[in-house]
Design a protein. Structure first.
Length: 248
């Protein structure tokens, strides 16, 4: 593991109780940062925080609720003193169906968590970063946001929207020392697979030239660099980690 210096930094990872989020929280803590896990599953978040170590604190948060996110921001700043790094990782896959078979409420649920959530979190945390004249925001998008997966239009659309949000916010904050970037991973074997059909899982694997799914630790390594001071000139960018699947 290469050394990433996050000493003295304070980070928030949404959906940090498991999967990508947990791996990111672990890498941040190993790199010297204090970490706040924001997750809707409070018992699991607290268990994860305890397992990682004393540098990690857990908060129950619904990222799609503005008032809840504002409350969490205040509690996190009180606990950690500041927020230097924010990772929008919380997300759901949704049910695998065609567009014409997808229920409207299912569509809205996926967009609410995967796109409204990051928008709300950025809206709430950015003024704090502007005031302290420093920040790093990393949005966990997906290769599906570039290519559009069949039978997952809601998920694909939400991640495409997150990519566009990243580009817009990156431009808006370019005059500040606040970098905003996205990563577009291929799928990983996490709990989100429980929401997918085996047919959809097999389809995703068939598209990856490296013939395997991404490891959560591989994504965490990329996010750690994007969250560091070394990432000082890249903003509004999309970093691929799809095992060769992406062609742009």
């Amino acid at each position: 593991m290469n050394k990433i210096d996050l000493n003295g930094r304070c980070a928030v990872v949404t959906g940090g109780a498991q999967g990508f989020g947990r791996a990111i929280a672990e890498r941040f803590a190993a790199s010297g940062a204090k970490v706040a896990i924001w997750d809707f599953d409070q018992p699991l978040a607290e268990k994860t925080a305890k397992e990682i170590g004393s540098a990690v604190t857990a908060f129950k948060v619904d990222v799609s609720d503005l008032a809840d996110v504002e409350k969490a921001r205040d509690a996190t700043i009180e606990a950690l003193g500041k927020v230097d790094i924010f990772v929008n990782n919380a997300g759901v896959a949704g049910v695998n169906k065609t567009v014409w078979e997808t229920d409207l409420e299912e569509w809205r649920k996926v967009l609410r968590i995967n796109l409204d959530g990051p928008f709300i979190c950025c809206r709430v945390i950015v003024p704090h970063m502007i005031a302290q004249k420093y920040g790093r925001i990393v949005n966990i998008a997906s290769i599906a946001g570039k290519e559009g997966n069949p039978n997952a239009a809601h998920y694909s659309a939400s991640k495409a929207g997150l990519i566009a949000l990243t580009k817009s916010l990156g431009k808006e904050l370019a005059a500040h020392d606040i970098a905003v970037n996205a990563v577009t991973p291929a799928a990983a074997r996490t709990a989100i697979f429980d929401q997918l059909t085996q047919q959809h899982i097999d389809f995703m694997l068939s598209k990856i030239p490296k013939a395997r799914f991404v490891l959560v630790q591989e994504l965490a390594a990329m996010v750690a660099w994007l969250s560091s001071e070394d990432c000082s000139f890249s903003t509004g960018a999309v970093f691929d980690i799809s095992g060769g699947r992406a062609t742009y």
